[in-house]
Design a protein around this ligand. Structure first.
Ligand code: ADP
Length: 452
């Protein structure tokens, strides 16, 4: 069964991871798609604005055309000056002016976005019918920026290419000029804009995955709890069968003895057997009572409260206990302040005696009992030097039918009802009980009851 549960948990965990991975993949794909969609939107808008530089400023467009022709002619007259052409284009005199105009245009047409841009020079080719002379052809680099305020192309995306052609005459020969530049744009806070657009998807994805994880945890917890309950019930049945067997066997043997004539005629033996029957009968009665008493939860227990004087009440419990267990050394360190508490004497005596009896049952030689009064709480500490309880079992200790050594029975007999009863009684008094213990280091039970 345990193996089955582990397999189920492992399988569910794998499915959960696979689902989460799939969810991640879907969200990531949507994100990529949204980024692409956003860029297309920007491209469309910008395309409308900057179809041609002449749309922005025809004077600058004219100056630019003039500069290009001038440079082409310089080159055709003196091909040695080829290397100067690129610099002359990049350092053009209308650089700042055109940048400003484009910026203004963007601000006017796309007011809700903060844009940085760069137009970089890619190609400068002089050609005629016979041949083409590529003066310059490079991939887009920010170093080749002609206009714009962008400092790097890293976060920018390509909006469009501009191919320009013009023609002229040099040394009586016609030539044509082809130039190519690229517009790059970077939108400030573009990630935030896209994340905002995807907010609903994120919330939905997160919600569905969290719901799935919660359901998974609830289901596994319920399964483990059910397994625990079923284990505890099996243990209880084993324990109670074990407990019932001794008195029942003794009763059956005793009845057989009584059937013998010579026993019936011997008064002493007869009486002895009758006493044994009585004792076993009482034991059976006690066992049944224990189970019956513990069928009630603390909400249903009806307490008969009365004023009880402390620490006298505890002294009387300890004295009675010492008579029953003369070999156990009991040390008391009571707060001498006299105080009256509102308690059910009978139930509280049984509860404290249960804790003391457990101490003996689980191997102690010495018990120390202390009391203190703090913040309107009366505290009773019962410390023993017995076998102790592993920390991992503390949370289960007060559960109904719980015994530390489940499955194989303790050397010490019991039904796992003692501490459950103590807990219920203390709770019925609006108090609390906890345990401090480690395996092999004794156990300390601390009871706290309101003193008002
Ligand atoms: P029972 O004694 O009938 O088994 P209890 O409810 O009284 O049931 O105790 C539950 C379990 O807690 C016990 O089975 C025992 O393992 C552990 N236990 C209780 N008191 C002590 C103690 N003083 N020292 C060590 N173990 C203890």
């Amino acid at each position: 069964m345990k193996q089955k549960i582990n397999l189920l948990i492992a399988f569910s965990a794998i499915v959960l991871i696979a689902l989460s991975a799939m969810q991640y993949y879907l969200v990531k794909t949507t994100y990529d798609y949204k980024v692409e969609q956003f860029r297309t939107e920007i491209k469309d808008k910008i395309a409308k604005i900057t179809n041609d530089y002449s749309d922005i400023d025809s004077t600058i467009f004219y100056k630019k055309d003039l500069l290009y022709k001038e440079l082409a002619e310089i080159y055709l007259l003196d091909p040695e000056r080829r290397s100067q052409i690129k610099n002359a284009i990049l350092q053009n005199s209308f650089k700042a002016e055109l940048t400003k105009k484009l910026q203004k245009e963007f601000e006017r047409e796309i007011p809700n976005l903060e844009l940085d841009f760069a137009i970089v020079l890619d190609k400068f080719v002089i050609y005629n019918e016979k041949e083409a002379d590529t003066i310059f052809a490079e991939k887009p680099f920010i170093e080749n920026k002609m206009y714009g305020n962008l400092a790097s192309l890293d976060d920018a995306f390509l909006v469009r290419n501009y191919v320009g052609t013009t023609s002229g005459k040099s040394l009586n020969a016609d030539y044509k000029l082809l130039t190519e530049d690229t517009l790059y744009v970077s939108v400030n806070n573009w990630e935030t804009i896209i994340l905002k657009r995807m907010a609903l998807i994120f919330v939905f994805a997160l919600f569905s995955i969290l719901t799935l994880i919660t359901l998974f945890v609830i289901a596994i917890k319920a399964l483990i709890k059910q397994k625990k309950v079923s284990d505890i019930k099996t243990d209880f049945i084993n324990n109670i069968t074990h407990e019932l067997k001794t008195p029942l066997t003794t009763l059956s043997v005793s009845t057989k003895i009584l059937e013998r004539k010579e026993v019936r005629e011997n008064d002493k033996v007869y009486e002895n057997v009758l006493n044994t029957i009585n004792r076993q009968n009482n034991r059976l009665q006690n066992l049944i009572d224990q189970v019956m008493t513990n069928s009630l939860g603390y909400e249903e227990i009806e307490l008969q409260k009365e004023k009880v004087a402390m620490p006298n009440f505890l002294h009387s419990i300890v004295d009675d206990f010492q008579i029953a267990y003369p070999n156990v050394a009991i040390l008391t360190d009571f707060d001498n302040q006299k105080i009256n508490l509102n308690l059910d004497k009978f139930h509280l005596t049984t509860a404290i005696t249960n804790v003391l009896e457990n101490a003996v049952k689980y191997g102690c030689q010495n018990i120390t009992i202390t009391t203190s009064l703090e913040n309107n709480q009366f505290n009773i500490g019962i410390k023993d030097d017995g076998i102790g309880i592993p920390k991992s079992k503390h949370s289960l200790l007060f559960d109904k039918f719980y015994r530390v050594e489940q499955g194989n029975l303790h050397n010490a007999k019991g039904l796992g009802l003692g501490l459950y009863y103590v807990d219920q009684i203390i709770k019925a008094h609006q108090g609390s009980i906890n345990v401090v213990s480690e395996l092999g280091k004794g156990a300390s039970f601390n009871i706290s009851i309101p003193s008002f």
